[in-house]
Design a protein around this ligand. Structure first.
Ligand code: SF4
Ligand code: SF4
Length: 359
């Protein structure tokens, strides 16, 4: 495992980390086994508090707390609320401190609220004085210029944002300002939600000036695959690999939602949660990565399949309310074929429901 200096925190962080969203597809015991396997493979960065992820991590980090870099997040915008959330997180994690506490900031309005007098940034500064957190973070997947404004405040130590072979805008909008302020960079969506193989997406990302990829991994098998593709004598891509990355970029860039603050959702009369369906839905992202047959046979916790059946039934019903008015496509700044993307999701979900029904 390669380690990099996490900006001005000065910590050495593993190039591969674990984002908590996907491990939630396992029960607590399996989740703890996954985190333990990650630790054994040299991973020392875990994003925390997605559902029960802190509970899963607790016994693993307790053995050697100083080795791990644990981040947690909140969208709370007030001083008092953020301090309350930190205390809850510490209780769940069984630790006296968190290494990084991220404030979710998707747009400039959220940045204004976090940095306002009596806002959450003041809360984080107080938590740091009390020794409950070590570093201040911002995290967002929408407007990267808002995150850049937060970095320019000089108060932020670590930023978490999306970057992958298909979504490269952060290289221009955010990375230079992070470098200027020596801010640590944690990457979400490193594999572009399963749209390209990790053997293509992760080595490309390893060649960018980032510090840790918070990969979404749902099983030990998935984790070991990610670790293996980064276990290379050199991170530099060969000419053939660069050509393959370019091929996947061209193939998937028109399927890649940039989660641009619900621009399309605002014009959708039936109120479809378009960005969620296209990019956020963990069940759908795993279905995209695995395909319908493999998804139904994958060793997720038993509740996951029941939940998937319930959620897929619900979202197929919602997708059927699409009137095909085309307004989402008219406003999409990336000119995505949103209607065809939603239709593909509907068909995939129907396939899973059919497979579940057949047992
Ligand atoms: S085409 Fe469908 S998803 Fe798009 S805005 Fe119209 S109703 Fe909503
Ligand atoms: S407008 Fe386009 S890029 Fe933005 S959230 Fe909607 S589909 Fe995604």
């Amino acid at each position: 495992m390669q380690y990099r200096r996490l900006g001005r925190t000065g910590r050495q962080v593993s190039l591969l980390g674990i984002g908590g969203g996907y491990v939630m597809l396992q029960n607590i015991e399996q989740g703890t086994q996954l985190y333990q396997r990650a630790a054994d493979l040299g991973v020392n960065y875990f994003d925390g508090r997605y559902g029960r992820s802190s509970t899963m991590q607790r016994p693993v980090i307790a053995k050697d707390r100083g080795r791990f870099i644990i981040g947690s997040k909140t969208a709370s915008a007030t001083h008092g609320e953020v301090l309350r959330r930190i205390d809850e997180d510490l209780e769940e994690l069984g630790s006296s401190y968190l290494d990084i506490y991220f404030l979710r900031a998707y747009n400039h309005t959220m940045i204004d609220a976090h940095f306002a007098p009596g806002g959450s940034v003041e809360g984080l500064l107080e938590a740091r004085r009390q020794g409950k957190i070590r570093a201040l973070g911002l995290a967002g997947h929408s407007d990267l210029t808002a995150l850049a404004r937060g970095v320019e405040s000089g108060l932020i130590d670590v930023i978490e944002f999306p970057l992958n072979y298909a979504r490269r805008e952060a290289l221009v909008q955010l990375v230079p300002v992070c470098q200027k302020h020596d801010v640590g960079m944690v990457i979400m969506k490193p594999a572009n939600v399963g749209l390209a193989p990790v053997a293509v997406s992760l080595p490309w990302l390893a060649n960018q000036p980032i510090h840790v990829m918070a990969a979404g991994v749902s099983t030990i098998e998935h984790l070991e695959l990610d670790v293996s593709v980064l276990d290379r004598p050199t991170m530099a891509l060969s000419l053939e690999e660069e050509a393959e990355v370019e091929c996947w970029r061209q193939k998937t860039e028109r399927q890649t939602c940039h989660i641009c603050d619900k621009v399309c959702q605002a014009v959708c009369e039936p109120g479809l949660p378009i960005d969620y369906l296209l990019y956020h839905d963990v069940f759908q992202n795993e279905l995209r990565r695995l395909g319908a047959k493999a998804f139904t046979q994958y060793p997720f916790a038993p509740w996951v399949k029941q939940q998937a059946e319930h959620m897929f039934t619900d979202s197929v019903a919602r997708l059927q309310t699409c009137t095909r008015c085309g307004k989402c496509e008219e406003v999409c700044p990336y000119h995505l074929p949103v209607m065809a993307m939603l239709e593909q999701i509907k068909v995939q979900k129907e396939e899973v429901l059919e497979a579940i029904r057949k047992g």
